[in-house]
Write a protein that binds this ligand. Sequence first.
Ligand code: AMP
Length: 440
Amino acid sequence: MSFKELGLSDPILRSLEDLKHSEPSEIQKQAIPIVLSGKNIMAAAQTGTGKTGSFVLPMIELLQNQAKPYRKHVHALVLTPTRELAAQVRESVYTYGKFTSTTSAAIFGGAKIFPQKSKLKKGLDILVATPGRLLDLHNQKSVKLNQVQILVLDEADHMLDMGFIHDIKKIIALTPPDRQNLLFSATFSPEIKKLAQSLGTNLVEIAVDSPNSTVSAIKQIVYKVDKNQKSNLLSHLIHSEQWPQALVFSRTKHGSEKIAKKLNAADIHTATIHGDKTQGARTRALREFKEKDVRVLVATDVAARGIDISNLPYVVNFDMPTYPNDYIHRIGRTGRAGKAGTAISFLSIDEQKFLRGIEELIDSKIPQKIEEGFKPTDKPESRSKPKNFRSKKSGFEKRQAAKKGKGDFKKSNTGSKNRSSQNKKKGSKAKTRWKKGKGA
Ligand code: AMP
Protein backbone atom coordinates (compact mmCIF):
# COMPACT_ATOMS: atom_id res chain seq x y z
CA MET A 1 0.00 0.00 0.00
CA SER A 2 1.32 3.45 -0.88
CA PHE A 3 1.07 6.75 1.01
CA LYS A 4 -1.18 8.00 -1.78
CA GLU A 5 -3.60 5.16 -1.25
CA LEU A 6 -3.78 6.09 2.41
CA GLY A 7 -5.36 9.39 1.39
CA LEU A 8 -2.45 11.82 1.64
CA SER A 9 -2.29 14.64 -0.89
CA ASP A 10 0.48 15.82 -3.22
CA PRO A 11 2.35 18.36 -1.06
CA ILE A 12 2.76 15.72 1.66
CA LEU A 13 3.65 13.00 -0.84
CA ARG A 14 6.39 15.27 -2.19
CA SER A 15 8.02 15.64 1.21
CA LEU A 16 7.82 11.86 1.75
CA GLU A 17 9.50 11.38 -1.58
CA ASP A 18 12.26 13.80 -0.56
CA LEU A 19 12.75 11.82 2.63
CA LYS A 20 12.83 8.58 0.60
CA HIS A 21 10.01 7.13 2.66
CA SER A 22 8.71 4.97 -0.17
CA GLU A 23 6.20 2.90 1.78
CA PRO A 24 4.19 3.50 4.92
CA SER A 25 5.28 1.56 8.00
CA GLU A 26 2.79 -0.79 9.65
CA ILE A 27 1.58 1.77 12.22
CA GLN A 28 1.25 4.38 9.47
CA LYS A 29 -0.84 2.00 7.34
CA GLN A 30 -3.16 1.37 10.23
CA ALA A 31 -3.37 4.78 11.87
CA ILE A 32 -3.41 7.26 8.97
CA PRO A 33 -6.84 6.29 7.51
CA ILE A 34 -8.41 6.22 10.99
CA VAL A 35 -7.02 9.63 11.92
CA LEU A 36 -8.19 11.02 8.58
CA SER A 37 -11.69 9.69 9.31
CA GLY A 38 -11.79 11.79 12.49
CA LYS A 39 -11.90 8.91 14.97
CA ASN A 40 -10.12 8.66 18.32
CA ILE A 41 -7.27 6.20 18.52
CA MET A 42 -5.31 4.44 21.20
CA ALA A 43 -2.20 3.04 19.55
CA ALA A 44 0.40 0.69 20.96
CA ALA A 45 3.54 1.63 19.12
CA GLN A 46 7.13 1.97 20.13
CA THR A 47 9.48 4.65 18.93
CA GLY A 48 11.26 3.43 15.85
CA THR A 49 8.12 2.13 14.18
CA GLY A 50 7.33 5.39 12.39
CA LYS A 51 4.69 6.39 14.94
CA THR A 52 5.42 10.12 14.65
CA GLY A 53 4.49 10.06 10.97
CA SER A 54 1.36 8.08 11.78
CA PHE A 55 -0.15 11.10 13.54
CA VAL A 56 1.78 14.03 12.04
CA LEU A 57 1.05 13.15 8.40
CA PRO A 58 -2.76 12.90 8.71
CA MET A 59 -2.83 15.92 11.02
CA ILE A 60 -1.11 18.06 8.38
CA GLU A 61 -3.54 16.64 5.80
CA LEU A 62 -6.56 17.56 7.91
CA LEU A 63 -5.34 21.02 8.87
CA GLN A 64 -3.82 22.22 5.61
CA ASN A 65 -7.12 23.13 4.00
CA GLN A 66 -8.57 24.88 7.01
CA ALA A 67 -8.71 28.54 7.86
CA LYS A 68 -5.70 29.64 9.90
CA PRO A 69 -6.13 29.82 13.69
CA TYR A 70 -6.86 33.09 15.46
CA ARG A 71 -4.21 34.90 17.51
CA LYS A 72 -2.78 32.71 20.27
CA HIS A 73 -5.02 29.80 19.29
CA VAL A 74 -3.85 26.36 18.19
CA HIS A 75 -5.72 23.80 16.12
CA ALA A 76 -3.73 20.71 17.05
CA LEU A 77 -1.85 20.08 20.25
CA VAL A 78 0.77 17.36 20.75
CA LEU A 79 1.85 16.70 24.33
CA THR A 80 5.18 14.96 24.89
CA PRO A 81 7.01 13.96 28.07
CA THR A 82 10.37 15.56 27.26
CA ARG A 83 11.89 18.60 25.58
CA GLU A 84 13.89 16.38 23.23
CA LEU A 85 10.81 14.57 22.01
CA ALA A 86 8.91 17.85 21.64
CA ALA A 87 11.71 19.28 19.49
CA GLN A 88 11.87 16.10 17.45
CA VAL A 89 8.13 15.89 16.78
CA ARG A 90 8.14 19.54 15.76
CA GLU A 91 11.02 18.79 13.40
CA SER A 92 8.88 16.03 11.82
CA VAL A 93 5.95 18.44 11.46
CA TYR A 94 8.27 20.86 9.73
CA THR A 95 9.79 18.28 7.36
CA TYR A 96 6.56 16.45 6.50
CA GLY A 97 4.75 19.74 6.05
CA LYS A 98 7.41 21.75 4.22
CA PHE A 99 5.35 21.93 0.99
CA THR A 100 2.22 22.97 2.89
CA SER A 101 1.49 26.17 4.77
CA THR A 102 1.31 24.36 8.12
CA THR A 103 2.53 26.52 10.97
CA SER A 104 4.05 24.90 14.03
CA ALA A 105 6.26 25.39 17.06
CA ALA A 106 7.58 23.48 20.03
CA ILE A 107 7.50 24.83 23.56
CA PHE A 108 9.18 23.25 26.56
CA GLY A 109 10.77 24.11 29.89
CA GLY A 110 14.45 24.91 30.31
CA ALA A 111 14.36 27.36 27.40
CA LYS A 112 13.64 31.11 27.41
CA ILE A 113 9.92 31.79 27.64
CA PHE A 114 9.81 35.06 25.71
CA PRO A 115 10.68 33.66 22.25
CA GLN A 116 8.08 30.96 22.84
CA LYS A 117 5.46 33.60 23.63
CA SER A 118 6.18 35.41 20.42
CA LYS A 119 5.85 32.17 18.40
CA LEU A 120 2.37 31.70 19.86
CA LYS A 121 1.17 35.25 19.13
CA LYS A 122 -0.07 34.68 15.59
CA GLY A 123 -1.68 31.33 16.37
CA LEU A 124 -0.42 27.94 15.16
CA ASP A 125 -1.78 24.96 13.26
CA ILE A 126 0.24 22.52 15.36
CA LEU A 127 1.76 23.14 18.76
CA VAL A 128 4.06 20.54 20.31
CA ALA A 129 4.55 21.04 24.03
CA THR A 130 5.62 19.54 27.31
CA PRO A 131 2.78 19.82 29.85
CA GLY A 132 4.42 22.07 32.48
CA ARG A 133 5.56 24.83 30.13
CA LEU A 134 2.24 24.74 28.28
CA LEU A 135 0.33 25.37 31.51
CA ASP A 136 2.77 28.18 32.41
CA LEU A 137 2.14 29.86 29.08
CA HIS A 138 -1.60 29.33 29.39
CA ASN A 139 -1.59 30.90 32.86
CA GLN A 140 0.24 33.88 31.36
CA LYS A 141 -2.50 34.09 28.72
CA SER A 142 -0.02 33.51 25.92
CA VAL A 143 -1.87 30.55 24.43
CA LYS A 144 -5.52 29.59 24.04
CA LEU A 145 -6.63 26.00 23.83
CA ASN A 146 -10.36 26.36 23.33
CA GLN A 147 -10.13 25.75 19.58
CA VAL A 148 -8.02 22.60 19.71
CA GLN A 149 -9.47 20.11 17.24
CA ILE A 150 -6.89 17.36 17.61
CA LEU A 151 -5.12 16.38 20.81
CA VAL A 152 -2.20 13.94 20.69
CA LEU A 153 -0.73 12.34 23.79
CA ASP A 154 2.63 11.03 22.59
CA GLU A 155 4.45 8.51 24.77
CA ALA A 156 1.55 8.66 27.20
CA ASP A 157 3.10 5.98 29.41
CA HIS A 158 6.17 8.18 29.96
CA MET A 159 4.04 11.16 30.77
CA LEU A 160 2.26 9.18 33.47
CA ASP A 161 5.57 7.74 34.77
CA MET A 162 6.86 11.30 35.06
CA GLY A 163 3.86 12.35 37.13
CA PHE A 164 2.20 14.53 34.48
CA ILE A 165 -1.28 13.09 34.96
CA HIS A 166 -2.65 16.16 36.79
CA ASP A 167 -1.18 18.56 34.24
CA ILE A 168 -2.62 16.44 31.42
CA LYS A 169 -6.06 16.46 33.01
CA LYS A 170 -5.88 20.26 33.43
CA ILE A 171 -4.87 20.68 29.79
CA ILE A 172 -7.64 18.36 28.55
CA ALA A 173 -10.16 20.43 30.52
CA LEU A 174 -8.99 23.56 28.64
CA THR A 175 -9.74 21.98 25.25
CA PRO A 176 -13.19 21.54 23.66
CA PRO A 177 -14.90 18.22 24.47
CA ASP A 178 -15.57 17.41 20.81
CA ARG A 179 -11.88 17.32 19.86
CA GLN A 180 -10.29 14.26 18.22
CA ASN A 181 -7.96 12.31 20.52
CA LEU A 182 -4.90 10.33 19.54
CA LEU A 183 -3.06 8.46 22.27
CA PHE A 184 0.26 6.71 21.65
CA SER A 185 2.01 4.54 24.16
CA ALA A 186 4.70 1.86 23.96
CA THR A 187 3.20 -0.02 26.87
CA PHE A 188 -0.30 -0.26 28.28
CA SER A 189 -1.07 -0.22 31.95
CA PRO A 190 -4.57 -0.01 33.44
CA GLU A 191 -3.83 3.72 34.10
CA ILE A 192 -3.18 4.36 30.41
CA LYS A 193 -6.35 2.53 29.44
CA LYS A 194 -8.29 4.59 31.98
CA LEU A 195 -6.82 7.80 30.57
CA ALA A 196 -7.66 6.72 27.01
CA GLN A 197 -11.24 5.89 27.95
CA SER A 198 -11.65 9.24 29.70
CA LEU A 199 -10.74 10.98 26.43
CA GLY A 200 -13.84 10.04 24.51
CA THR A 201 -15.90 7.43 22.74
CA ASN A 202 -15.43 5.72 19.33
CA LEU A 203 -11.91 4.81 20.36
CA VAL A 204 -10.14 2.58 17.85
CA GLU A 205 -7.38 0.41 19.26
CA ILE A 206 -4.31 -0.21 17.13
CA ALA A 207 -1.32 -2.39 17.96
CA VAL A 208 1.57 -3.00 15.62
CA ASP A 209 3.89 -4.77 17.99
CA SER A 210 2.04 -6.47 20.76
CA PRO A 211 2.23 -4.11 23.73
CA ASN A 212 5.21 -4.81 26.01
CA SER A 213 7.10 -6.69 23.29
CA THR A 214 10.55 -5.64 22.22
CA VAL A 215 11.38 -4.78 18.65
CA SER A 216 12.22 -8.12 17.05
CA ALA A 217 15.12 -6.74 14.95
CA ILE A 218 17.11 -6.06 18.12
CA LYS A 219 19.70 -8.59 19.26
CA GLN A 220 19.72 -8.68 23.05
CA ILE A 221 22.60 -9.84 25.27
CA VAL A 222 23.15 -9.72 29.02
CA TYR A 223 26.79 -9.56 30.18
CA LYS A 224 27.30 -10.79 33.73
CA VAL A 225 29.96 -8.56 35.27
CA ASP A 226 31.10 -7.15 38.61
CA LYS A 227 29.80 -3.67 39.36
CA ASN A 228 33.27 -2.09 39.53
CA GLN A 229 34.28 -3.68 36.22
CA LYS A 230 31.40 -2.26 34.15
CA SER A 231 33.33 0.78 32.85
CA ASN A 232 36.29 -1.39 31.88
CA LEU A 233 34.03 -3.90 30.14
CA LEU A 234 32.35 -1.07 28.24
CA SER A 235 35.59 0.43 26.91
CA HIS A 236 36.88 -3.10 26.16
CA LEU A 237 33.80 -3.94 24.06
CA ILE A 238 33.84 -0.59 22.25
CA HIS A 239 37.52 -1.02 21.35
CA SER A 240 37.64 -4.76 20.62
CA GLU A 241 34.36 -4.93 18.67
CA GLN A 242 34.97 -1.53 17.06
CA TRP A 243 31.54 -0.13 17.81
CA PRO A 244 31.02 2.94 15.64
CA GLN A 245 28.61 4.51 18.15
CA ALA A 246 26.67 3.62 21.27
CA LEU A 247 24.00 5.12 23.47
CA VAL A 248 24.67 4.17 27.09
CA PHE A 249 22.03 4.39 29.82
CA SER A 250 22.98 5.19 33.37
CA ARG A 251 20.56 5.17 36.29
CA THR A 252 21.84 8.45 37.74
CA LYS A 253 23.16 11.80 36.51
CA HIS A 254 26.26 11.41 38.66
CA GLY A 255 26.78 7.89 37.31
CA SER A 256 26.56 9.11 33.71
CA GLU A 257 29.29 11.71 34.35
CA LYS A 258 31.51 9.03 35.93
CA ILE A 259 31.08 6.71 32.94
CA ALA A 260 31.84 9.56 30.50
CA LYS A 261 34.99 10.48 32.42
CA LYS A 262 36.28 6.89 32.23
CA LEU A 263 35.46 6.52 28.54
CA ASN A 264 37.06 9.84 27.62
CA ALA A 265 40.14 8.77 29.57
CA ALA A 266 40.17 5.60 27.44
CA ASP A 267 40.18 7.76 24.29
CA ILE A 268 36.54 7.19 23.47
CA HIS A 269 34.94 10.55 22.74
CA THR A 270 31.91 10.68 25.02
CA ALA A 271 29.22 13.23 25.90
CA THR A 272 26.44 13.14 28.49
CA ILE A 273 22.81 14.16 28.47
CA HIS A 274 20.84 14.43 31.71
CA GLY A 275 18.60 16.69 33.73
CA ASP A 276 21.41 18.71 35.37
CA LYS A 277 22.64 19.95 31.98
CA THR A 278 21.33 23.14 30.44
CA GLN A 279 19.03 22.81 27.45
CA GLY A 280 21.81 24.23 25.28
CA ALA A 281 24.29 21.58 26.44
CA ARG A 282 21.72 18.80 25.93
CA THR A 283 20.91 19.95 22.41
CA ARG A 284 24.59 20.28 21.56
CA ALA A 285 25.45 16.79 22.89
CA LEU A 286 22.58 15.27 20.92
CA ARG A 287 23.54 17.13 17.74
CA GLU A 288 27.20 16.11 18.03
CA PHE A 289 26.15 12.51 18.58
CA LYS A 290 23.76 12.56 15.62
CA GLU A 291 26.48 14.09 13.46
CA LYS A 292 28.83 11.33 14.66
CA ASP A 293 31.32 13.78 16.19
CA VAL A 294 30.76 12.02 19.48
CA ARG A 295 31.15 8.25 19.66
CA VAL A 296 29.28 7.53 22.89
CA LEU A 297 26.38 9.36 24.45
CA VAL A 298 25.67 8.55 28.09
CA ALA A 299 22.13 9.38 29.12
CA THR A 300 19.66 9.02 31.93
CA ASP A 301 16.21 7.64 31.08
CA VAL A 302 14.37 10.93 31.29
CA ALA A 303 16.79 12.75 29.00
CA ALA A 304 16.83 10.03 26.38
CA ARG A 305 13.13 9.30 26.10
CA GLY A 306 11.87 9.25 22.58
CA ILE A 307 15.05 10.57 20.98
CA ASP A 308 15.39 9.36 17.44
CA ILE A 309 18.87 8.61 16.22
CA SER A 310 18.87 6.80 12.94
CA ASN A 311 21.34 3.95 12.40
CA LEU A 312 22.20 3.63 16.06
CA PRO A 313 23.89 0.23 16.24
CA TYR A 314 24.36 -0.25 20.01
CA VAL A 315 22.41 0.54 23.14
CA VAL A 316 23.96 -0.32 26.49
CA ASN A 317 22.17 -0.63 29.79
CA PHE A 318 25.13 0.19 32.01
CA ASP A 319 22.75 -0.22 34.94
CA MET A 320 19.81 -2.57 34.61
CA PRO A 321 16.67 -0.46 34.43
CA THR A 322 14.71 -0.54 37.68
CA TYR A 323 11.39 -0.46 35.88
CA PRO A 324 10.93 -3.17 33.25
CA ASN A 325 9.14 -0.79 30.89
CA ASP A 326 12.27 1.38 30.74
CA TYR A 327 14.08 -1.61 29.23
CA ILE A 328 11.72 -1.62 26.26
CA HIS A 329 12.07 2.13 25.81
CA ARG A 330 15.85 2.11 26.17
CA ILE A 331 16.51 -0.68 23.70
CA GLY A 332 13.95 0.80 21.31
CA ARG A 333 16.59 3.50 20.50
CA THR A 334 18.26 0.92 18.28
CA GLY A 335 16.78 -1.34 15.60
CA ARG A 336 14.79 1.58 14.24
CA ALA A 337 12.78 1.58 11.03
CA GLY A 338 13.53 -2.10 10.49
CA LYS A 339 17.33 -1.73 10.85
CA ALA A 340 19.40 -4.19 12.91
CA GLY A 341 20.65 -3.21 16.33
CA THR A 342 22.20 -4.71 19.45
CA ALA A 343 21.07 -4.05 23.00
CA ILE A 344 23.60 -4.96 25.68
CA SER A 345 22.84 -5.04 29.38
CA PHE A 346 25.43 -5.19 32.14
CA LEU A 347 24.18 -7.30 35.01
CA SER A 348 25.88 -7.18 38.40
CA ILE A 349 24.92 -9.63 41.10
CA ASP A 350 22.63 -7.14 42.90
CA GLU A 351 20.59 -6.51 39.75
CA GLN A 352 19.17 -10.02 39.22
CA LYS A 353 15.72 -8.95 40.41
CA PHE A 354 15.52 -6.28 37.71
CA LEU A 355 16.39 -8.82 35.03
CA ARG A 356 13.67 -11.15 36.30
CA GLY A 357 11.11 -8.32 36.02
CA ILE A 358 12.23 -7.51 32.47
CA GLU A 359 12.12 -11.12 31.30
CA GLU A 360 8.68 -11.52 32.81
CA LEU A 361 7.48 -8.43 30.94
CA ILE A 362 8.92 -9.36 27.56
CA ASP A 363 8.00 -12.98 28.16
CA SER A 364 11.33 -14.38 27.07
CA LYS A 365 14.81 -15.10 28.40
CA ILE A 366 17.65 -12.84 27.28
CA PRO A 367 20.85 -14.79 26.43
CA GLN A 368 23.61 -14.29 29.02
CA LYS A 369 27.34 -14.09 28.44
CA ILE A 370 30.57 -13.63 30.39
CA GLU A 371 33.34 -11.79 28.55
CA GLU A 372 36.80 -13.31 28.88
CA GLY A 373 38.77 -11.45 31.54
CA PHE A 374 35.57 -10.10 33.16
CA LYS A 375 34.37 -13.15 35.08
CA PRO A 376 32.23 -11.85 37.96
CA THR A 377 33.47 -12.64 41.46
CA ASP A 378 31.11 -10.50 43.58
CA LYS A 379 28.99 -12.51 46.01
CA PRO A 380 25.36 -11.70 46.77
CA GLU A 381 25.07 -9.43 49.79
CA SER A 382 24.21 -11.42 52.91
CA ARG A 383 20.86 -10.49 54.37
CA SER A 384 21.80 -11.61 57.91
CA LYS A 385 22.63 -8.92 60.45
CA PRO A 386 26.32 -8.28 61.18
CA LYS A 387 27.58 -9.62 64.53
CA ASN A 388 27.83 -6.24 66.21
CA PHE A 389 24.39 -5.17 64.89
CA ARG A 390 22.41 -3.08 67.36
CA SER A 391 19.04 -1.64 66.56
CA LYS A 392 19.26 2.13 66.49
CA LYS A 393 16.99 3.96 68.86
CA SER A 394 15.81 7.45 68.09
CA GLY A 395 16.77 10.23 70.52
CA PHE A 396 13.16 10.37 71.64
CA GLU A 397 13.08 6.63 72.39
CA LYS A 398 16.37 6.84 74.33
CA ARG A 399 15.05 9.70 76.44
CA GLN A 400 11.79 7.87 77.08
CA ALA A 401 13.64 4.71 78.09
CA ALA A 402 15.93 6.68 80.44
CA LYS A 403 12.92 8.42 82.02
CA LYS A 404 10.92 5.27 82.58
CA GLY A 405 13.78 3.11 83.74
CA LYS A 406 14.53 -0.51 83.06
CA GLY A 407 11.11 -1.69 84.19
CA ASP A 408 9.61 -0.22 81.08
CA PHE A 409 11.95 -1.99 78.74
CA LYS A 410 9.21 -4.20 77.44
CA LYS A 411 7.08 -1.21 76.59
CA SER A 412 9.77 0.57 74.64
CA ASN A 413 10.47 -2.69 72.91
CA THR A 414 6.87 -2.75 71.79
CA GLY A 415 7.51 0.64 70.27
CA SER A 416 10.30 -0.68 68.17
CA LYS A 417 8.17 -3.67 67.29
CA ASN A 418 5.57 -1.27 66.02
CA ARG A 419 8.19 0.51 64.06
CA SER A 420 9.45 -2.68 62.52
CA SER A 421 5.93 -3.60 61.52
CA GLN A 422 5.66 -0.13 59.99
CA ASN A 423 8.86 -0.81 58.12
CA LYS A 424 7.40 -4.07 56.91
CA LYS A 425 4.40 -2.14 55.66
CA LYS A 426 6.72 0.26 53.88
CA GLY A 427 8.40 -2.75 52.29
CA SER A 428 5.10 -4.06 51.02
CA LYS A 429 4.25 -0.63 49.61
CA ALA A 430 7.57 -0.60 47.79
CA LYS A 431 6.73 -4.02 46.40
CA THR A 432 3.37 -2.83 45.15
CA ARG A 433 5.09 0.09 43.43
CA TRP A 434 7.50 -2.32 41.80
CA LYS A 435 4.60 -4.44 40.57
CA LYS A 436 2.87 -1.31 39.37
CA GLY A 437 6.05 -0.30 37.57
CA LYS A 438 5.97 -3.52 35.65
CA GLY A 439 2.58 -2.76 34.29
CA ALA A 440 3.09 0.99 33.88
P1 AMP B 1 9.52 7.22 14.93
O1 AMP B 1 9.03 5.85 15.34
O2 AMP B 1 8.41 8.10 14.57
O3 AMP B 1 10.43 7.81 15.97
O4 AMP B 1 10.38 7.05 13.57
C1 AMP B 1 11.59 6.35 13.55
C2 AMP B 1 12.41 6.63 12.30
O5 AMP B 1 11.80 6.03 11.16
C3 AMP B 1 12.55 8.11 11.95
O6 AMP B 1 13.91 8.35 11.69
C4 AMP B 1 11.73 8.31 10.70
O7 AMP B 1 12.27 9.30 9.87
C5 AMP B 1 11.77 6.95 10.04
N1 AMP B 1 10.54 6.65 9.27
C6 AMP B 1 9.27 6.96 9.63
N2 AMP B 1 8.42 6.53 8.68
C7 AMP B 1 9.14 5.93 7.72
C8 AMP B 1 8.81 5.28 6.47
N3 AMP B 1 7.57 5.16 6.06
N4 AMP B 1 9.84 4.81 5.72
C9 AMP B 1 11.12 4.91 6.15
N5 AMP B 1 11.50 5.50 7.30
C10 AMP B 1 10.51 6.01 8.09
